[in-house]
Design a protein around this ligand. Structure first.
Ligand SMILES: CCCCCCCCCCCCCCCC(=O)SCCNC(=O)CCNC(=O)[C@H](O)C(C)(C)COP(=O)(O)OP(=O)(O)OC[C@H]1O[C@@H](n2cnc3c(N)ncnc32)[C@H](O)[C@@H]1OP(=O)(O)O
Length: 166
């Protein structure tokens, strides 16, 4: 069967560390939906350096966490990370594009179990990640003044408006 048409997904908000286009310290993830998965291609650069020439584990972890945040668009629920585990299988060189793919593995009540895989241009999977997200209501963000922003994110998200062909 042919791959489903990729659909561009909007950033969580302009200043998001993972995907916000206006965050100068951000990873600037550009994320697409492919069927029941979300996908981003990231090339870690010297700002993300851990050991010389290699990506920092924290940068890889941040990319996975934020990509999991895009699965929420598919689930159509607001949820936050409760646990995140990254398996660093092989060093990730700077300057090489890596494709991270994430999906919902299964759901149990408020618990969303998510999984991701990061693969290099040589086809080698260099990291995998698993996360538990717990659904929350908008009041979770209210004490921090962000509830309306999150509500807008949730309400105005219309991925089918942003369909485009790669
Ligand atoms: C259309 C979409 C729009 C999207 C819009 C999204 C928002 C916008 C995103 C912006 C960008 C995203 C980026 C990436 C996502 C972050 O980075 S999110 C930021 C990092 N995470 C946080 O700050 C979360 C901080 N933690 C918390 O606030 C609270 O711990 C939580 C997560 C709200 C949960 O608290 P709680 O509601 O009191 O939950 P609690 O009773 O402890 O546990 C609930 C249930 O889960 C179970 N549970 C808890 N821990 C575990 C565990 N480790 N294993 C198994 N079960 C567990 C409990 O046993 C309990 O079970 P039941 O008793 O209900 O059967």
């Amino acid at each position: 069967m042919a791959d489903p048409m990729p659909i561009s997904l909007p950033p969580h908000h302009p200043q998001c560390l993972g995907c916000g286009p206006d965050n100068p310290a951000g990873l600037h993830l550009d994320v697409h939906r492919h069927g029941d998965t979300v996908v981003t291609d990231i090339t870690f650069d010297p700002r993300h350096r851990g050991a010389p020439g290699l990506a920092h584990g924290g940068a890889i972890s941040a990319a996975c966490d934020d990509l999991f945040g895009f699965v929420l668009y598919l689930v159509e629920e607001v949820a936050v990370t409760r646990t995140l585990t990254v398996n660093y299988l092989a060093p990730v060189p700077l300057g090489q594009p890596h494709r991270i793919t994430a999906r919902l593995q299964h759901r149990h009540g408020r618990r969303l179990h998510l999984e991701a895989t990061g693969t290099g241009p040589d086809g080698l999977t260099r990291f995998t990640a698993e996360a538990l997200f717990l659904t929350v209501d908008h009041n979770h963000f209210a004490p921090h003044g962000a509830d309306t922003e999150v509500q807008a994110m949730f309400t105005h998200h219309q991925p089918h408006d942003r369909e485009h062909h790669n």
